[in-house]
Design a protein around this ligand. Sequence first.
Ligand SMILES: Nc1nc2c(ncn2[C@@H]2O[C@H](COP(=O)(O)OP(=O)(O)OP(=O)(O)O)[C@@H](O)[C@H]2O)c(=O)[nH]1
Ligand SMILES: [Mg+2]
Length: 335
Amino acid sequence: MANLGLDALLREFDDRRPRGLARAISWAESGRGAELIARLYPRIGRAMTIGLTGPPGVGKSTLSSALVKKARSLGKTVGVISVDPSSPFSHGALLGDRIRLTEHFVDPDVFIRSMASRGHLGGLSGATADAVMLMDAFGLDVVLIETVGVGQSEIEIAELARTTLVALQPGSGDSIQVLKAGIMEIADVFVVNKADHPMANQLRREIRSMMEMLSFTGWVPELAMTQAVTGDGIDDLWKAIESHVVYLHESGEIERKRREAFAHHVRQLALGRLQMQLDRRLAGNVRIDLDPYAATDELLAHFGSFDASEHLEAHAPTPALRPRAVVRGLTGHDA
Ligand SMILES: Nc1nc2c(ncn2[C@@H]2O[C@H](COP(=O)(O)OP(=O)(O)OP(=O)(O)O)[C@@H](O)[C@H]2O)c(=O)[nH]1
Ligand SMILES: [Mg+2]
């Protein structure tokens, strides 16, 4: 019986056996997490969740490793999830991440998990949100989610994590990207990593002057200079993370964050299910005797009452993240 498995798994959670957590995440990944999450849901909400995003090679995994070390030195237990948004299939691309985290492999209070975001519209998957929740319910104090910043994934990480770190690469023109890609909306802390790089100070100045052009409502992003390989600056980075957490609680923003993360989770799960059903129906009997719009109407009729005009609104960008910085002197959000 399925419930026998579930009860055994819950006992492993109670006994804080990492094997149980590993198994739980695998259940979630294969779409069997519903009952488990229902049982564990009352236990969540304690963990400090940190998202870490940035371009390939900026040093995210090295930073993760350094942050794990810092958290461990404070006696905190840590979970790390590295998500590969590019690869729908193998975990091979994550080899580099695993290598950089090896020093923590033998630590029973550090739980490391790699996930591909397969089958979930190319974004961070519902399974990733499940994994964060499961680690939280398991009692890990800190949950760190690392993902390469490509397209939507960094926006999604901001919806999932309470504190979002955006790592930037000196000498790469990243500061321009920051303004263009709406990173201002998501970065709670900027991390200029590779502080040993000759262009590191220039990047810091660029970010500072960019921030001076903006007026913020609420939290003003912090900026930390780090050298992840040596650990330089990690203490300051940790302080910045902690002050953001304090800000969230003191301002009451934490409630909005919770709601946002919840809505994100539900959206991911719903999208996953809808996509599966769509694919199944399309594979079965798509009506090629109809025009594509009529075929779409027919297809969607199976999902209840979709108004054909609804898709127009649905194409507007998701209003999940509120703008919080605007260029001084301008009204509206076209900055
Ligand atoms: N000089 C210097 N090199 C660093 C620093 N931090 C990381 N690196 C190096 O940068 C390279 C990439 O580091 P990773 O931690 O794998 O970067 P990443 O962002 O996780 O890379 P992907 O997961 O492939 O996107 C490695 O060779 C690191 O040793 C730093 O502070 N200074
Ligand atoms: Mg990495």
